[in-house]
Design a protein around this ligand. Structure first.
Ligand SMILES: Cc1cc2nc3c(=O)[nH]c(=O)nc-3n(C[C@H](O)[C@H](O)[C@H](O)COP(=O)(O)OP(=O)(O)OC[C@H]3O[C@@H](n4cnc5c(N)ncnc54)[C@H](O)[C@@H]3O)c2cc1C
Length: 378
C-alpha cells in the first residue's frame, strides 16, 4: 500500500454518507492511505445500494448482496472509523456533524455524499401515505413485505408516481417480478408531464411508452398529484386512483437540514460546489453526487455522475490535505444511460440516439456487476 504524506498532523477528515463517489474514494484510500490524517465514515446503513441494479433486484435478477456495497468493510480496508448513524444537522461554526444517536463528531475537512430523496413534502399526505423509493432500505422493506404475502393478495394494485427513468424502470421491473407470481394485479404510472422520461430523447420515451402499454401498465399522463390519502391519490384533474401501495419516484430533493445549515445551495437546496467539488461558501467542505450541484455545470441527478466524481474527489482530498493545488473536474455533456426494461433487454440512451436490445442489457449487467465486485477485490 502506498502512503501519501500530509504535512498537517492529526487532521480529521469525515466522509458523510457512503454514496457512490465516497465508496470509490474509500476504495482508493485503501490502496493509497493518507498519513497523519484520521478518517471517519458516517453512514446510516452498513450496506449501501447501487441504484443501477436496484430495478434488477426488484425484478429478481440480482440478490441483495449482488447490488449492495458493504461500507463497514470498505471503511476497515481504508483505515477509516465507521459510524453507523444518521447526520441530522451540521454546525459550521464549530465544525461538527450532529448525529441522531451519538454525540456530535468534529471535523477539519468534511466530504458529503448523502444522495437525495424524492420530495414527499410538497404534496399533502405524501409523507404519510406514499412510500418513497429512497431511502432505499425502507422501500425494500415494503417490497419484501409484498412478496412475502403475495399469495394472499388479491387484485394487488400498485401506483407509481413519477414518470422519469426511475419510475418507468420500476414499473417494468415490478411487472417482471409479479407476472410469474400472480394472475391478477394492476400497475398504474402517474406522470405530471405529457411525455415520460423528459430528460431523455423522444425515442427513449417512445420505446418505453410502447413497452408500458404492452405490459398493460395504466399510464396517466398530464396528471399532477395534489393529495395522497390512505390507499388513494387525488390529481388536480379530479382523477382519483385507489391503490394498495403508492410508490413515490418524483424529482430528487435534499434534506431540509442541508438547506438550512449555512452552506450555499442552489435554488432547490443542493450544495453548490465549484469544479474542485468544494463548497463555494466553505472551502473545507466537499460534496458530490446527487446532493451537490456544480456551479455553472448543472447535470442530471444520476448515479453515473456520482460514480465519475469518485476519483476526482479522492484526488482533491489528497491534495487539500497535503496543501497542493486542487484539480478541476468537468462533468461530461453527453453520457450513456442504460435503462433496463425488466426483460433482460435495455435501452441505450446517448444524446439524441436510442437503441433497444438484449445486447445493451448484457453491457449494463457487465458494467454494473464489475462496479460492485470492484469493492470486493482488495
Ligand atoms: C429506481 C431508480 C433507478 C435508478 N437507476 C439509475 C441508473 O440506472 N443510472 C443512474 O445513473 N442513476 C440511476 N438512478 C439515480 C441514482 O439513484 C442516483 O443519482 C444515485 O444513487 C446518486 O448517488 P449518490 O452517490 O449521490 O447517493 P446514494 O447512492 O443515494 O448514496 C447516499 C448514501 O448516503 C446515505 N445517507 C443518506 N443520508 C444520510 C445521512 N443523513 N447520514 C448518513 N448517511 C446518509 C444513504 O443511506 C446512502 O448510503 C436511479 C434512481 C432510482 C430511484
Amino acid at each position: 500500500m502506498n502512503a501519501v504524506s500530509c504535512p498537517e498532523i492529526s487532521k480529521h477528515l469525515v466522509f458523510l454518507g457512503g454514496g457512490h463517489s465516497q465508496a470509490i474514494a474509500l476504495r482508493l484510500l485503501g490502496k493509497k492511505s493518507w498519513q497523519n490524517v484520521r478518517v471517519s465514515l458516517i453512514s446510516d446503513v452498513v450496506y449501501t445500494p447501487y441504484s443501477g441494479m436496484l430495478p434488477g433486484y426488484v425484478a429478481g435478477f440480482y440478490s441483495y448482496q449482488e447490488c449492495h456495497i458493504n461500507l463497514r468493510r470498505l471503511a476497515l480496508l481504508a483505515g477509516a472509523d465507521f459510524y453507523l448513524d444518521k447526520a441530522v444537522d451540521l454546525d459550521l461554526v464549530h465544525n461538527q456533524i450532529i448525529l441522531a444517536n451519538s454525540p456530535p463528531l468534529s471535523f477539519d475537512f468534511l466530504s458529503i455524499n448523502i444522495g437525495s430523496t424524492p420530495n414527499v413534502d410538497s404534496v399533502n399526505g405524501a409523507a404519510n401515505y406514499a412510500i418513497p423509493i429512497k431511502p432505499v432500505p425502507q422501500f425494500l422493506t415494503v417490497w419484501q413485505d409484498i412478496l412475502s404475502k403475495i399469495n394472499s393478495l388479491s387484485n394487488l394494485t400498485i401506483t407509481i408516481v413519477g414518470g422519469g427513468a426511475g419510475g418507468v424502470e420500476l414499473a417494468l421491473n415490478i411487472y417482471a417480478r409479479l407476472f410469474p407470481l400472480i394472475g391478477s394485479f394492476t400497475i398504474n404510472l402517474v406522470h405530471k408531464e405529457d411525455n415520460i422520461l423528459p430528460n431523455h430523447n423522444r425515442c427513449v420515451g417512445n420505446i418505453l411508452y410502447k413497452l408500458l402499454l404492452e405490459k398493460k401498465v395504466n399510464l396517466y399522463l398530464k396528471e399532477r398529484v395534489i393529495e395522497v390519502q390512505k390507499n388513494k391519490i387525488i390529481c388536480d384533474s379530479g382523477l382519483n386512483i385507489n391503490s394498495d401501495y403508492i410508490f413515490w419516484v418524483t424529482n430528487a430533493s435534499p434534506p431540509n437540514w442541508i438547506k438550512n445549515c449555512g452552506l450555499t445551495t442552489d435554488e432547490k437546496g443542493f450544495i453548490l460546489v465549484n469544479n474542485y467539488l468544494q463548497s463555494i461558501s466553505h472551502s473545507h467542505v466537499f460534496a458530490t453526487g446527487d446532493i451537490a450541484t456544480i456551479q455553472n455545470y448543472p447535470c442530471p441527478k444520476a448515479g453515473v455522475f456520482a460514480v465519475r466524481q469518485g476519483k476526482p474527489l479522492f484526488n482533491n482530498l489528497t491534495r487539500i490535505l497535503s496543501n497542493q493545488n486542487l484539480l478541476p473536474y468537468y462533468p461530461q455533456k453527453y453520457y450513456l444511460s442504460l435503462i433496463g426494461s425488466g426483460n433482460k433487454r435495455a435501452i441505450a440512451s446517448w444524446g439524441n440516439l436510442a437503441f433497444y436490445s438484449p445486447f445493451f442489457w448484457h453491457i449494463k449487467d457487465y458494467i454494473d456487476r464489475n462496479f460492485i465486485t470492484s469493492f470486493d477485490q482488495d
